[in-house]
Write a protein that binds this ligand. Structure first.
Ligand code: NAP
Length: 263
């Protein structure tokens, strides 16, 4: 019997990660739902995944871990393997905005370090650990087209915001991280993709809602709406389902056309 594939999704308690978890559940996967501190939100994601799941045998397990901590990352992988016995896909979604939006002339080293540890170093080394598990050939991939790694970056990877430069730098680095792992793992049966969301309605952007409402109404986003967690979830689902079989290292834009240069 083919095993139920398992996806580990970081930052799946809220926002885009929750949307990804629900769509993965709908696709028939079991899900390790990583979160940093909000256990109640992670339980809510578990419940929503159960409702979306087509099979009784799928399981949804919350896993608490700070992805910027090496020990937590190792414990998260061990817990996932304890719970499911396998990992077929990793979605590096968790990320943070700066605590304070500060002009480049006032960016603090503490904020710079925090953003790079969570948004860049964490996903790089988590991917390294999962890749090494796969390279040790403990099990075959249960997903069509092999194992998958997805990096959730941001339009900030190539859009300069001078009031949160450290965020842009972390996402630009993550975009290269995706290409690096794509090249390293392509011959090992691992597909790697970058999803690059635009302006998305989550807790992360709730503080700047009015500003972005106005910019979207003025046409900053050609499709003239906010993106949603479901938009990202559906794209991840397509990748997990094997609908991009001859693609690796690519960027999938999820931004309503924001990235198109216009005149
Ligand atoms: P969000 O609503 O703030 O949710 C963040 C999620 O990440 C939560 O599940 C949180 O867990 C988790 N998290 C935060 N720090 C963590 C850490 N150190 N270790 C493990 N988990 C951690 O954020 P979002 O808007 O969904 O963003 C998700 C990703 O998309 C991020 O990488 C973000 O940069 C990117 N993105 C967002 C937008 C946007 O407009 N919202 C646009 C482009 C890209 P707790 O619930 O436990 O706190």
């Amino acid at each position: 019997m083919t095993p139920i594939p398992v996806v580990l999704i970081t930052g799946a308690s809220r926002g885009l990660g929750r949307g990804i978890a629900i769509q993965a559940a709908a696709e028939g996967l079991s899900v390790a739902i990583n979160y940093a501190s909000n256990a109640a939100a992670a339980e809510d994601t578990v419940e929503r995944c159960r409702r979306a799941a087509p099979h009784e045998a799928q399981r949804f397990v919350p896993v608490k871990a700070d992805i910027s901590s090496r020990d937590d990352r190792a414990a998260m992988i061990a817990q996932t393997l304890d719970a499911f016995g396998r990992i077929d896909a990793l979605v590096n979604n968790a990320g943070i905005a700066p605590r304070v939006r500060a002009d480049l002339t006032e960016t603090s080293e503490a904020s710079f370090e925090e953003l790079l540890r969570v948004n860049l170093q964490g996903p790089f080394f988590l991917t390294q650990a999962v890749a090494n598990h796969w390279l040790a050939k403990h099990h075959d991939a249960a997903l069509p087209g092999g194992f998958k790694v997805i990096f959730v970056t941001s339009i900030s990877a190539d859009t300069a915001s001078i009031n949160r430069g450290e965020y842009c730098i972390s996402k630009a680095g993550l975009a290269m991280t995706s290409q690096l792992w794509a090249v390293r793992l392509a011959a090992e049966g691992v597909q790697v993709l970058e999803l690059r969301p635009g302006i998305m309605a989550t807790d992360m952007t709730s503080g700047v809602k009015d500003k972005y409402d106005a910019l979207i109404a003025e046409g900053l986003v050609p499709q003239r709406r906010w993106g949603s967690a479901e938009d990202v979830g559906r794209a991840v689902r397509a990748v997990l389902a094997g609908h991009f079989p001859f693609t690796t290292g690519d960027v999938i834009h999820l931004d309503g056309g924001f990235h198109i240069r216009r005149l």
